[in-house]
Design a protein around this ligand. Sequence first.
Ligand code: ARG
Length: 456
Amino acid sequence: MKYMWEGRFKEKTEEDVINFTSSLAIDKKLALYDIKGSIGHTKMLVKCRIISKKDGDKVIAGLKKIKTEILEGKFKFTQSDEDIHTAIERRLIEITGKTGERLHTARSRNDQIVLDERLYLKDVLKQILSLISNLQKKMIEKAEANFHFIMPAYTHLQQSQPVLLSHYLLSYVEMLERDKSRIQEAYKRMDILPAGVCACCGTSLPVDREYLAKVLGFSGISRNSLDTVASRDFLIESAFDCVLLMLNLSRFSEDIILWNTYEFGFVELPEKFCTGSSIMPQKKNPDVLELIRGKSASATGMIAGLMALMKGLPLSYNRDMQEDKRLAFNIFEDTLYSLDILVKITEDIRFRKDVMKEKISQFTLATDIAEYLVKKGVPFRESHRICGAIVRYCLEKNKSFSELSLKEWKDFCPKISEDIKYILSFEESVRQKKSYGGTSPEIVRKELNRWKKILK
Ligand code: ARG
């Protein structure tokens, strides 16, 4: 077995050390990005006359061959491949002989790994952004199709006030838009070429980093070599934004899990997105949604791990950083999978208007009655007290608001008149919520149309 550092070492490296330090099992995922980076790097070396055009062509042809081997599953890793960079370089030298030994000129694995990570992020963040938009679109479709469905809104998981289901769905569209804008911001900061700073101090060779940035499609170039190999804030920021997104997905999942219970019954989940029980034949469980909830928990732990990794590290590169990929890949992959499946579930979910109507309590109109009294000149604190007493009276007499006679209403407040009956409807309740951002159909319709334009 041959090592890159065999010139310096007299002793053979302990086998346990090789296994312990290897990151191949995890950074294998970066293979195609590593090749892309190396092809760009080779073009730059040729352009700067650091290697000849002939050698460059041979190296690029070799790298393309390796790419094919990887795509076809024919690439063979060996025990001495410490990481994906060494694996590909080793194979390149096997294919091209001495010429391949020129590839690692004017670069180090310290800048190479950051390059691979950034190329990976460029792809993965774009995929995540497009999936968020898809989820938003599905929610908008559902909001449109079930526009007038009225359900109880909840605070403290107690029925609070009537709300349009469409308004509820748009609340998630709103949250997802913030997730998107955070990721777009992170993307901008991340989209910077790190390659060419080498181990940590730059190189004496005449490299052209501007050219390499163009070839690899980066919008900017890192300005300080130490910072470039030492920092992982670009990765933490992107991963953190995904964790925040996962938290939102977990809340949506939780709402649907709850609504899918016998007790709520507000939604029906298609069977193809549920699983059964090994013992209870009647079960149809929302495992997928539970797993999104669960994955958001592990993602929260992993982002904490990722941050802890960097705390107090001396500049510049340290091997600790190798652990970043294990954590970050899991976060990004869980985000992708969760989004993807949630898009499909949202598309097929059925909302039960009848059940929502049946389950909403008339007491959710209590605030409307209190506001009715305010409109009649009663101070709000007093109207709150009066309404509270009315609710209590109804509970004791086992009556609903609409079963009260005008005399009973007037006994609580003489200002109440015949027109109280007009506000005792859920439709009227939502219709009146015309304050900016409220749930009146008029406002929700405008919002819906606005979103449709944005997400077209
Ligand atoms: N595998 C390393 C990482 O993921 C990159 C290689 C740098 N290794 C080194 N010994 N300088 O961070």
